[in-house]
Design a protein around this ligand. Structure first.
Ligand code: C2E
Ligand code: MG
Ligand code: MG
Length: 703
């Protein structure tokens, strides 16, 4: 027999190549699993080639490391056939490891194909030497070599699957699987070599005419370099992609969390808002049903808050609200819900064993809120009025509970404030009507009972029309036409104003687009927004949607926000108004002069128009206090480069005086009442409006 020697450095090199090729293949396998279609097929082909070339190179480096005392060479065709074996087996194995689930059958099949492929490659590679006489194989060692290849493949495939689930340790597992696979390939080779015996008179048939060892060395170096390069590029790309994906996923999760939080909480106090309250209320009712338990719904309103806000400014007002909300939270349990539902209105939802417990909690809250506050160096005082409704008993559903608690709160207000009281049936007269009205209002949208009237705005002193203000009316089936004062507060209290407001926006934009198409290119349409709408996260999208649906240019839409709405929580209203302004929509400050406004904040708002409240216009005669206020407001508006509109012009004297002060626009009953859309066209056709003043609409106010 011929004696063979090994070059240990090359042996180690062959092992390194096997491990490296396996590692690269693991990385590629992950890419196959996360892609689909054509890219997945490309990854599979690339992976199979890498693995196949890796196994093949390992074998021939092993052969280079092996030194026989005769000339050696390799038959080109058989050598290429051995490469084909390695690549095909790798492709099948790769396909298996990227399947959804690893069944026992699949594992066995994968191990047999991969192990068989490695062994097949080895023994075909050996055959390419065309030894004469043939190599004599030791059967036991031969069997062992095939077994090592199959078992090693099984372990590597299993590792690859575990890798998917324990993603946190992906790299360690990948390295482990690559080492196992590399050891299996090299182990198979060297056991296979130990099984081979070369008779003493052997000659290598491929030494002449076959591929010479030098060429083989070159081919291998090329193959190894290719594998190395692919390994490097793929793993770097993969790592980058993985870390970027992980970062993106983290950011997305954070943004989602923040959005959900914002949608369910009040910006200023960070307490749950009405949306979250409604959900908690629903859960509390279900729980009370299930466990036959009670809960109390307390409606709290701060007494004297408006005075503090007006006297010290909204910033201090905001701080006071935060301090008061803190006291409410401190005096309730973690399992209770404290929500802010309006400017200075809070709702507490508390689980109680006995209804009387609610009284104990309420008196604690009244006392806590009544303590003086130290805010920014000022000592401030407010108290609270609390109305309590108990479930079950004081209402069948959420609306009834809220309205009844609200009615009880008003009862406290009427009796001198700074106290609490339980809801009683005697308070229902109004509450009952409100519940009924609310139920009707819920149907109003569905049954098309809402309508818009339009009040023209005239260039001072008497025309032409510059635009219109959309004013909401409800054609109530029993009460006739209702003005906004009789149902908007209720809609705001229950959040119904949001869908109603969206309807108003949509209808107003539709109508304005129609007027524009009829040739009224210079008109604008004004829509009133309530504070609740401004605080609602979907407002900007609703405005954008309404404009898009009717193809209305944003500058034709004016959104009116009352001064007090804009000034309550200035920062967030400023942010929303800025977004609306960025779309191109104009902003108008309505009912100006009635609230507390700091010039500084007014300047920060992206408004283009000021509307002087009609209470100043009402008693306007030269030299009165109102006249001084109006001229100051007009001067202020002009300084800030705002259009000044005087609302509620009813007499010719007012018209003349306001024009002389410098008001730009004059809406009012003197020139036109709010009217239906078709009447507007008739009016604009007649030119001036003052002479044929239309009759006042027949409106019934239900309070
Ligand atoms: P506003 O925005 O200040 O609207 C002007 C109100 O003054 C209208 O009352 C209009 O009819 C009335 N008005 C106009 N000229 C005169 C006049 O010369 N004399 C008198 N005495 N009144 C005049 P309306 O339609 O009852 O609306 C009342 C308020 O309801 C509006 O005040 C506005 O804040 C609110 N509102 C109206 N429509 C909507 C709406 O679609 N959404 C929201 N959120 N609020 C609305
Ligand atoms: Mg208005
Ligand atoms: Mg107004």
């Amino acid at each position: 027999m011929l004696d063979g020697n090994y070059d240990s450095l090359l042996v180690l090199f062959s092992l390194a190549v096997a491990i490296l090729a396996s590692y690269t293949t693991m990385v590629v396998a992950s890419r196959i699993a996360t892609s689909s279609g054509r890219p997945a097929r490309w990854w599979l082909a690339g992976g199979a080639c890498t693995m196949g070339i890796g196994i093949w190179s390992m074998h021939f480096i092993g052969m280079l490391a092996f030194d026989l005392p005769i000339d050696l060479g390799y038959d080109l065709l058989i050598t290429l056939l051995s490469l084909l074996f390695a690549v095909s087996a790798s492709a099948v194995a790769l396909w298996i490891v990227t399947q959804e689930a690893l069944t026992h059958r699949l594992l066995v099949a994968g191990a047999l194909v991969m192990g068989g492929g490695v062994a097949g490659m080895h023994y075909t590679g050996m055959a390419s030497m065309r030894m004469m006489p043939g190599i004599i194989y030791d059967t036991t060692l031969f069997g062992l070599s095939v077994l090592v290849a199959i078992c090693g493949s099984a372990v590597a495939i299993w590792c690859k699957f575990v890798l998917r689930r324990r993603f946190a340790k992906a790299t360690q597992f990948r390295i482990l699987a690559a080492i196992v696979m590399g050891l299996a390939i090299a182990g198979m080779h060297y056991i296979g070599m130990a099984a081979a015996n070369f008779p003493a008179n052997s000659i290598c048939g491929a030494a002449q005419g076959g591929v010479h060892t030098h060429w083989l060395a070159l081919a291998i170096i090329f193959a190894v370099l290719a594998v190395l390069a692919i390994a490097l590029i793929v793993s770097v790309l993969d790592q980058r992609m993985e870390s970027r994906t992980a970062l993106l996923a983290k950011e997305l999760a954070q943004a989602n969390q923040e959005l959900t939080y914002l949608a369910l909480h009040d910006n200023l106090t960070r307490l749950p808002n009405r949306v979250l309250l409604e959900d908690r209320l629903k859960q509390a009712m279900e729980r009370a049903h299930r466990e036959k338990s009670h809960f109390a719904l307390m409606f709290m309103d701060l007494d004297g808050f408006k005075a503090v806000n007006d006297a010290y400014g909204h910033l201090l007002g905001d701080m006071l609200l935060v301090a008061a909300s803190g006291r409410i939270v401190e005096n309730t349990r973690g399992s209770d819900t404290v929500a802010r539902v309006g400017g200075d209105e809070f709702v507490v939802l508390a689980q109680v064993d006995e209804p009387t417990d609610a009284g104990v909690l309420a008196s604690k809250l009244v006392a806590a809120i009544g303590e003086p506050y130290q805010v920014n160096g000022h000592e401030l005082h407010v108290s609270t009025s609390i109305g309590i409704a108990i479930y079950p008993g004081n209402g069948e559903n959420q609306d009834e509970l809220l309205i009844n608690a609200d009615a009880a709160m008003y009862h406290v207000k009427g009796k001198g404030r700074d106290d609490y009281c339980f809801f009683e049936a005697s308070m229902t007269t109004n509450a009952h009507g409100q519940v009924q009205l609310l139920q009707d209002l819920r149907m109003a949208l569905k049954h098309n009972q809402l309508a818009l009237y339009y009040q023209p705005k005239f260039t001072a002193p008497h025309g032409p029309i510059t635009g219109l203000e959309a004013l909401l009316r409800w054609m109530h089936p029993a009460h006739g036409m209702l003005g906004p004062a009789s149902f908007i507060p209720l809609a705001e209290k229950t959040g119904l104003i949001v869908p109603i407001g969206e309807w108003v926006l949509d209808e107003a934009c539709r109508q304005m687009a129609a007027w524009r198409d009829e040739g009224h290119e210079d008109w604008t349409i004004a829509v009133n927004l309530s504070a609740v709408q401004l605080a609602h996260s979907g407002l900007v999208e609703a405005v954008r949607g309404a404009l898009d649906r009717h193809g209305l240019e944003p500058h034709r839409l004016v959104l009116e926000i009352t001064e007090s709405t804009a000034m309550c929580d200035v920062d967030s209203s400023q942010a929303i108004l800025q977004k609306l302004h960025d779309i191109g929509v104009r902003i108008s400050i309505d009912d100006f002069g009635t609230g507390y406004s700091s010039l500084l904040y007014l300047k920060r708002l992206p408004a283009t128009e000021l509307k002087i409240d009609r209470c100043f216009v009402h008693d306007l005669t030269c030299g009165t206090e109102d006249a001084a206020i109006v001229s100051a407001i007009v001067a202020l508006g002009q300084t800030l480069d705002l259009r000044v509109v005087a609302e509620g012009v009813e007499t010719a004297e007012q018209q003349q005086f306001l024009t002389s002060l410098g008001c730009d626009t004059l809406p009012g009953y003197l020139l036109a009442y709010p009217m239906q859309a078709d009447e507007v066209i008739a009016l604009s056709d007649t030119g001036k409006a003052s002479d044929d003043r239309p009759a006042a609409p027949d409106e019934m106010e239900l309070v």
